[in-house]
Design a binder for this molecule. Structure first.
Ligand code: NAG
Ligand code: NAG
Ligand code: NAG
Length: 181
């Protein structure tokens, strides 16, 4: 049982990551976000992880309660954010344990319907937890986005081992307005 309560709020102002760039010929620190040499570059898994936080700027944070026997290996957060005219509820969950975890995601207090056609789920994971990207295989570990036909205030979620999952639920705040026209 997992609960997102859309009542109190806080605003995110910025997110950053350091060190952002590393020259492949002079690696002093790991993990870095972007690896480059004189003619090519790629994003590390940490880089892809950060792309999920880009929209957090100006977003509203909502409290999350995790109720699962696997709570010790899960971390979750929820925000609502605006993408042009669209409003999304984004629930991000990290499963840093070795087990597949099934959860019921339940958002309470949503004052808008969920539009399944514009909702999506994006998963960042790999078959082996030590997999890395490289110049030879720059997209070995990358986010994979798919449609979320099951998007609803309450829905089933399956979190694979060692994964980061982002559920983006499109809220039809303008549903009634469109119906009136
Ligand atoms: C947590 O889950 C257990 C087992 O499903 C349930 O009995 C309990 O009521 C839940 N607690 C909350 C706060 O949702
Ligand atoms: C999780 O759900 C999937 C699909 O419903 C099912 O195949 C799988 O056995 C479940 N796994 C666990 C650990 O409950
Ligand atoms: C992960 O394993 C699956 C099934 O064995 C395979 O098809 C896929 O290519 C593997 N992915 C990577 C990134 O190695």
């Amino acid at each position: 049982w997992f609960c997102v309560i859309l009542l109190c709020s806080d605003i995110v102002h910025m997110a950053s990551y350091a060190p952002l760039f590393v020259n492949d010929n002079d690696r002093k620190w790991t993990p870095d976000a972007i690896v480059f040499n004189s003619w090519q570059q790629y994003g590390t898994p940490s880089y892809w992880m950060q792309t999920f936080f880009g929209e957090s700027s100006g977003a509203v944070i909502h409290p999350v309660r995790l109720n699962s026997s696997y709570s010790g290996s899960l971390a979750a957060s929820a925000i609502t954010w605006r993408d042009n005219e669209d409003i999304f509820l984004r629930i991000k969950i990290v499963n840093f344990g070795p087990n597949t975890v099934n959860l019921t995601l339940s958002a309470t207090g949503l004052e808008a319907g969920v539009d399944t056609s514009r909702s999506a789920v994006t998963v960042l994971t790999s078959n082996y937890s030590l997999d890395e990207n490289s110049f030879d295989d720059p997209l070995k570990v990358k986010p994979v986005k798919s449609g979320l036909a099951s998007a609803a205030e309450e829905m089933q979620a399956m979190l694979v081992p060692y994964s980061f999952t982002s559920y983006d639920l499109a809220l039809d705040e303008y549903g009634e307005l469109v119906a009136d026209m």
